[in-house]
Design a protein around this ligand. Sequence first.
Ligand SMILES: Nc1ncnc2c1ncn2[C@@H]1O[C@H](COP(=O)(O)OP(=O)(O)O)[C@@H](O)[C@H]1O
Ligand SMILES: [Mg+2]
Length: 269
Amino acid sequence: MSKDTKTIAVANHKGGCGKTTTVVNLAAEFGRMGLSVLVIDLDPQANASLHIGKKHPSEVTVTCAELLLSEVEKLPLAIHEDTYLEGVSLIYGSLGLGRAEDELKDETPRPSEELRGKLIPLEGLYDLILIDCPPSLKLLTSNALAAASHLIIPIESGSQYGMYGVTDLLKHVTRIRRINPRLELLGALLIKHDERQTVCKLLEGAAREQIGKLLPIRIPTSTKVNQAAMAQTSLHTLDRSAKVSREFRQLALHLAEELGLKVETASNG
Ligand SMILES: Nc1ncnc2c1ncn2[C@@H]1O[C@H](COP(=O)(O)OP(=O)(O)O)[C@@H](O)[C@H]1O
Ligand SMILES: [Mg+2]
């Protein structure tokens, strides 16, 4: 049966605010719920690919870079079903994405809409497509936002600079909506949040005021996040009882409900 594919871009041009961690652990949770998931790594640093991919990005023939610059026929070659997360496929990122971004600008008539065009054949095949964005507001992020139906904005709540640049991001989203009116904000996601800390409380207030919509789950700081990345696994697999793992689970359940996805509750454990 054809699926009602939802495509979520996880974007914020501030580096280190938790984009990749969010993409990887949401993908893991959605996969565990029995949903079919595709992760698209649009960051030249390829951190999501290094985390869940079984190959090194430099060994992959068709990464996002080649896909963006090629004809749509390359799509099947770009999708790798064998990853370290069950039920999760991957289109790898690679250093070549930097060059691809320059070439898109110079050589394509609608440089922000290349990814959207390439993903059309996937409509109905996956329950969820999660796009990990690079730390910039240039063409790669524009391509993610133009291809997405939904957007999550991670905010580093434990940093006094967590809201820096958010106004520019929101303006960018408004511009992209001219070519992609369906793009819907799911909310800001507070990362490294600790409600006892004044800086986190201030950041939460600022995020609510400026972004308008906060996701009801807050992700705490945990050393397990780096450990899971190093072990190339999900937080759930590393330590399912850790608070950070439970919050990602709650986030996935919340989003599944918000997006109207049918999930297998039997695999909750
Ligand atoms: N909740 C968290 N607790 C502790 N460290 C975290 C948390 N979320 C992310 N990190 C760490 O912070 C760094 C940046 O996170 P990452 O997800 O790679 O951000 P981005 O993709 O936005 O650059 C990484 O080293 C990651 O392991
Ligand atoms: Mg990242």
